[in-house]
Design a protein around this ligand. Structure first.
Ligand code: NAP
Length: 284
């Protein structure tokens, strides 16, 4: 019987996960179908219950359910609890387990790009759900300091608490006129962008959170946005001489980690990247 792996989110029609996950399942010879379940918040408990049926291997969980799903799973792992959100669910001995593979996605994407996080001074733009996974990743990798810049300051302050004692964190407004932000950017070897600015179908497709004169040569700029692959933030930072890392690598690596948990098999990253790029090209 063909097994099922679900993507639970709302909306899910634009997601490219079904494309690259199915390509990797087929390439590995796993008899499973990865399918999108468009699920409203009211329907989330029923969708989670469906994961208990015999033919389902597990699920990815995406916006807006990552936080709510954590409370509906009996075995979230400590990482999911720490981040406060889950993106991967699987079944073991009849129980639903969950974790957050976005943390591994961040770490693998930066490692692939040759970025060393240990001892690094980092500026994080944005303080939403994805930023939580970034903070946990930075903590694990031993970054030296973190400045969180966000439009809504209390949200940045709440996220700074997650950094904990191991990672000294300060906060400021996401405003190019902020001296605190300019100072932190001068010192930072790595700047990470986690707002949806510049994202296709986002609040402003042409916007960068900060202009080019905020960045400098030798810095690494990592954009979590992956549609389009080349974003206004990456253009602005590249024009200042920074080295850029796009969000697609994080997406594929978090998906690869989920694949391992559902199947116990190693996915072909080459197949995943090729299918993800083809899906993005087709969506243009
Ligand atoms: P979220 O929880 O909704 O958080 C959005 C963040 O962006 C908040 O800090 C919010 O600030 C800020 N923001 C939103 N609109 C803004 C605007 N017009 N101007 C300035 N700041 C604004 O979203 P999320 O789940 O963290 O996702 C953020 C981005 O990361 C999305 O583009 C998503 O596609 C991307 N992402 C990528 C991956 C990957 O694998 N590459 C994984 C997850 C997410 P306030 O607090 O002031 O509202």
């Amino acid at each position: 019987m063909t097994a099922t792996i679900a993507l639970i989110g709302h909306p899910v029609a634009h997601s490219i996960s079904p494309r690259f996950q199915q390509a990797a399942l087929d390439a590995a010879g796993v008899d499973a179908h990865y399918e999108a379940w468009d699920t409203t918040p009211e329907a989330l408990p029923a969708a989670i219950e469906r994961l208990r049926s015999g033919d389902v291997l597990g699920a990815n969980v995406t916006v807006p359910h990552k936080v709510a799903a954590l409370r509906l799973i009996e075995r979230p792992d400590p990482l999911a609890e720490l981040v406060g959100a889950v993106n991967t669910i699987w079944r073991e001995r009849g129980l639903l387990h969950a974790t957050n593979t976005d943390v591994a996605g961040v770490l693998h994407a930066l490692a692939d790009a040759g970025v060393t996080l240990a001892g690094e001074h980092v500026v994080l733009l944005g303080a939403g759900g994805a930023a939580r996974a970034v903070v946990v990743a930075l903590r694990r990798a031993g970054a030296a300091s973190l400045t969180i810049a966000n439009r809504t300051l209390p949200r940045a302050q709440a996220l700074a608490e997650l950094a904990g004692q191991g990672l000294p964190a300060s906060v400021c407004e996401l405003d190019p006129g902020s001296d605190a932000l300019r100072g932190a950017l001068m010192r930072a070897g790595l700047v990470i962008h986690s707002t949806p600015l510049g994202m296709r179908h986002g609040p402003d497709e042409r916007a960068t959170p900060l202009p080019a004169d905020c960045f400098h040569r030798g810095q690494v700029a990592f954009d979590l946005v992956y549609v389009p692959e080349r974003t206004p933030f990456l253009d602005a930072t590249a024009s200042a001489g920074a080295r850029t890392v796009g969000g697609l690598a994080m997406l594929v690596h978090q998906g690869a980690e989920s694949f391992r948990l559902w199947t116990g098999r190693e996915p072909s990253l080459e197949v995943m990247f090729a299918a993800a790029r083809a899906a993005l090209d087709g969506a243009r």
